[in-house]
Design a protein around this ligand. Structure first.
Ligand SMILES: [Zn+2]
Length: 269
């Protein structure tokens, strides 16, 4: 019996690990896109019907334009690095929602929301690209599914690893991982590690999309000035601290430019 459990545990351990193409690191992920994305898409649609989506304004159009440039840069990067088809289940969507909250977020499968409250801080199209790169990076790195997997482990224990969870339970785990459900759209903070990873990946893809990565640190300086020491939502998460973030982004900007050069991008806007 022990042997069987061990075999199952090993099988699950292997099956649940996925390589993050951007870091090369193995990450825990029980949830294939085919399970997570439909839940995310449904939650996203529900959020849009319950909130004030701005359509056809010049700002809304700009959000979409930046999103398309960033996701197509991600696709070029993935294809060039042997991950063609990685995005086949993604259904990118970029919406601007009238809300004073200084925030933006992304659900699995590429469902992105910007609140109008973040626009005074992004200021320019390049500023939007900084935030967009970060949000797209969360989606590419499956940070949400990883959080769901961690939640699952907590709930059912590492050995049991019950892969065949019933649907309502899966939805429940999704809602807990995202903090959605009763408060749709109010996303829980990602971990410090996930935030740093999203900053780094985001910087590279914004550069490949032709946006100046040195602007990322500038954006976070404005965020810092704006936050005034208050406990912020996901995007303004205090982990890592604004200063760490600004230092990291300043240090990584030349690397991002070098990566963009591999794709023939040498001038940035
Ligand atoms: Zn984030």
């Amino acid at each position: 019996m022990k042997k069987i459990i061990l075999t199952i545990a090993i099988f699950i351990g292997v099956a649940a690990c996925k390589t993050n193409p951007f870091t090369g690191k193995k990450v825990l992920n029980f949830y294939p896109n085919s399970q997570v994305f439909p839940m995310a898409f449904a939650q996203y649609d529900q959020f849009l019907t319950e909130n004030n989506v701005i359509e056809n304004s010049s700002e809304a159009k700009m959000i979409t334009k930046v999103g398309q440039r960033i996701s197509s840069a991600a696709e070029r990067w993935l294809t060039a690095n042997g991950y063609a088809g990685y995005l086949k289940d993604y259904k990118w969507e970029y919406n601007l929602v009238k809300d004073e909250t200084v925030n933006a977020w992304c659900m699995p499968g590429g469902k992105i929301v910007f609140y109008t409250g973040i626009l005074p801080i992004t200021q320019t199209e390049t500023g939007v690209a900084v935030v967009m790169g970060h949000e797209v990076a969360h989606a590419l790195a499956d940070h949400g599914a990883q959080r769901m997997s961690a939640g699952t482990l907590q709930q059912i224990g590492a050995v049991a690893g019950n892969v065949a969870i019933q649907d309502p339970q899966k939805r429940n785990i999704f809602n807990q991982a995202y903090g959605v459900g009763s408060q749709v759209g109010l996303m829980l903070p990602f971990s410090r590690g996930h935030e740093t990873e999203a900053d780094r990946i985001g910087l590279q893809i914004m550069a490949i999309a032709g946006y100046d990565p040195t602007e990322a640190a500038e954006l976070w300086k404005r965020m810092k000035a704006n936050s005034g020491g208050q406990a912020p939502p996901e995007f303004l998460s205090t982990h890592p601290s604004n200063d760490t973030r600004i230092n990291n982004l300043t240090e990584w900007a030349p690397m991002a430019k070098a990566e963009a050069k591999k794709f023939g991008v040498t001038s940035f806007e």
